[in-house]
Design a protein around this ligand. Structure first.
Ligand code: SF4
Length: 198
């Protein structure tokens, strides 16, 4: 996490590490392959495993540096997670493990607050869970998109792409794909079969 070799961003940041695969589009998940080698560092790719929650110190440092240098940095959120994951781990008895779930919810809340405050960073929020974008983002962002938030969808099916296109069209701060007939320069999109790393 931090400085990255991904050419379309300056840094990567993960509010937590670990994810639950949701379909065929996850079969070639780069993060999952990395995590298999170092699960203690990168998390475990399973529904009922605890996520590794990150501290938020680095983005604040990048923001201060951006202010000092009079520039902006692009921060890819979620190279090792999906920020829109519906995380519902259950124990052996089928009960939701609230403590673990709350860790992720808290991390997401802190992420939103940090994004609001770090005005010299553009946050690239990519997700495969397109149908959850509007549910997970703060309501005020859906009503009034934040200029430093670029949304993107990684899609595996045409229906995913259609849902993504519809949502992204409705949001002026969304990051859309060239293939989504977007007319906004702020829109940006990474196809699942392209360079998507999540
Ligand atoms: S990080 Fe993305 S591609 Fe990987 S398992 Fe999670 S949703 Fe699927």
């Amino acid at each position: 996490m931090g400085k990255t070799t991904i050419e379309w961003c300056d840094f990567t940041f993960n509010p937590w590490r670990g994810c639950t695969p949701i379909g065929a589009g996850c079969a070639n998940c780069y993060a999952r392959r990395m995590a298999r080698r170092q699960p203690a560092k990168f998390g475990v790719w399973a529904r009922n495993e605890r996520r590794i929650v990150s501290r938020l110190t680095l983005p604040w440092q990048w923001n201060r540096r951006a202010i000092r240098l009079g520039t902006r940095y692009k921060v890819f959120v979620g190279s090792m997670c999906d920020w829109a994951e519906d995380y519902r781990p259950v124990d052996a008895g089928g009960e939701v493990i609230r403590a673990w779930q709350n860790e992720v919810y808290d991390a997401r809340s802190r992420l939103w607050a940090m994004i609001e405050a770090c005005r010299n960073l553009d946050f690239l929020l990519l997700t495969k869970r397109v149908s959850r974008i509007a549910k997970v983002l703060p309501l005020s962002w859906v009503c009034r998109p934040r200029p430093n938030v670029w949304l993107g969808a990684s899609v595996s099916t045409q229906s995913d792409a259609d849902r993504a296109a519809e949502f992204l069209r409705q949001s002026s701060s969304s990051s859309g794909a060239s293939g989504l007939r977007s007319n906004s320069r702020r829109r940006w999109f990474v196809p699942a079969t392209g360079r998507w790393r999540g």
